[in-house]
Design a protein around this ligand. Structure first.
Ligand code: SAJ
Length: 437
């Protein structure tokens, strides 16, 4: 199939890079978003999110004259839905007393509804948003069929999950393999033709529900594996072992790949997606459920470690290095680092955070210093929450010269150099029974 014009609905972390990439490859691309500010920003030639390489890609897309942002879709050859699927803030499900989170599918529903007036015979519609199993068939198809066209017969319908890693989105969009699940094999083929515009990795065709499960399985697999790493960190502390040393030795085994413990699991993917399985089938998912619980409890666990090290937290001045959900990104969504800071403040600690990727972030009740030195100057303890490259490069003597604090609490195994101790720091490390012995 040939695609001259497409609409990408949702211009966030996935939609905007995807739309820019299509336009750069010569396809007339209309980017749609419900936010007038976003549309204005983009049509002014600016971007509203930070992602390495996105500015250049977007500028290039604009220079081709193929990209335009708008508030509503229009007739096109293909429609891609890339809107958020968070969980509901004020509602939970319950199974035998265990509460689980519920997917909020409102954005997917309204994106599908916005396509209905413009849907024509032979069009291709692709859902990219991470969604509970059967969403394409049970939720999206019936909405689109309000057009009186039949999915799989009059128009093609696919599910094709985004699987790119924030921080490397532009490269991974092109190089990663891409799974396309069609409601029919013809739909899968049409979806494959669409993404072949720029995908250099393998394009695998399957059915829509398999593609939905593939996405959820990938992120759930990662969550469960991080949960076991977090449990290992607790066990190591109990038994006087350094979990980081133990993991590096265990990982020499050819069939073992233990991930890293840390202050918890954040972001809008791994900490959310496993709940979609739990919601869909709570009776089948005790492991997935408990892994989520383990990872969600990790910020509390970190606070316990800090309390053990510092005694009462009331009035303690703590510098918290890093608020992002993971290294070298500016995304603070569902960040365990933010949660740790909040919990410390609830205990009466006076926390001054430092987030070099978003020094001007506004988080109610959280104080962010303009510079690293401002955050550590008056501190009594320094807490490392994110492995930002800039933090890992810090020299112990320089830090010592800029603060009176001599206790560091490292939750990410970022400061491993013996220099820290030699410079007079007491180093408390998450997962290290040895550092506390
Ligand atoms: N984390 C750990 N220990 C680890 C690895 C990660 O605690 O060993 C934490 C991170 O610090 C972070 C969270 O987990 O808080 C998630 O980070 P991540 O790098 O594992 O994943 P995301 O959420 O940035 O991106 C994931 C990716 N999925 C997989 O690797 C299976 C990405 O490919 C997906 O496209 C993305 O989710 C998504 O959009 O679903």
């Amino acid at each position: 199939m040939k695609f001259n014009k497409i609409c990408v609905i949702g211009l966030g972390y996935i939609g905007l890079p995807t739309a820019s990439t299509f336009a750069m490859h010569g396809v007339e691309t209309i980017g749609i978003d419900i936010s007038p500010e976003i549309i204005e920003t983009l049509n002014r030639g600016e971007i509203h999110i930070h992602e390495p390489g996105l500015r250049q890609a977007f500028t290039q897309a604009q220079q081709t004259g193929k990209f335009r942002a708008a508030l509503a879709p229009e007739e096109a050859d293909a429609f891609i839905i890339a809107v958020p699927t968070p969980f509901k803030e004020n509602e939970t499900g319950e199974y035998h007393g265990a509460k689980y989170k519920l997917a909020d599918m409102r954005a997917v529903k309204s994106a599908a509804e916005s396509i209905v007036p413009y849907l024509r015979k032979g069009n291709v519609v692709v859902l990219e948003s991470t969604s509970p199993p059967r969403t394409t068939i049970d939720l999206v198809a019936p909405i689109l069929e309000k057009s009186s066209l039949k999915a799989g017969k009059d128009f093609h319908l696919c599910y094709s999950p985004e699987r790119v890693l924030p921080g490397q989105i532009l490269r991974e969009l092109i190089e990663n393999s891409r799974v396309i699940g069609g409601v029919t094999s013809e739909s899968a083929q049409a979806g494959a033709d669409l993404y072949a515009t720029f995908v250099k990795g393998q394009i695998i065709q399957t059915d829509a529900t398999t593609a939905e499960m593939v996405k959820l399985m990938e992120n759930t697999h990662r969550d469960v594996n991080i949960a076991i790493a977090n449990e290992f960190s607790r066990l190591a502390e109990r038994f006087g072992v350094d979990v980081w040393e133990a993991i590096s030795i265990a990982n020499l085994h050819p069939r073992v790949k233990i991930l890293s413990p840390g202050p918890g699991v954040g972001g809008h993917c791994i900490s959310v997606d496993p709940w979609f399985f739990v919601e869909a089938a709570p009776e089948l998912t005790p492991l997935i459920y408990h892994s989520r619980k383990v990872n969600d409890a990790q910020p509390d666990y970190v606070v316990k470690i800090i309390k053990k090290a510092l005694g009462t937290l009331k009035g303690k001045k703590i510098a918290a290095l890093g608020l992002a959900y993971k290294p070298d990104v500016d995304d603070l969504r569902e960040s365990p680092a933010v949660e740790v800071v909040r919990l410390l403040q609830n205990e009466g600690a006076l926390v001054l955070a430092c987030e070099p990727y978003k020094p001007n972030a506004h988080l109610p009740g959280i104080f962010i210093a303009a510079t690293l030195n401002d955050s550590i100057r008056e501190a009594e303890a320094i807490l490392l929450l994110v492995r930002h490259t800039e933090f890992l490069k810090l020299s112990p003597s320089e830090v010592a010269g800029n603060t009176g604090a001599r206790t560091i609490i490292d939750t990410v195994n970022g400061w491993t150099s013996p220099e820290w101790k030699k410079t007079g720091f007491q180093v408390i490390k998450l997962g290290s029974g040895k550092s506390r012995a």
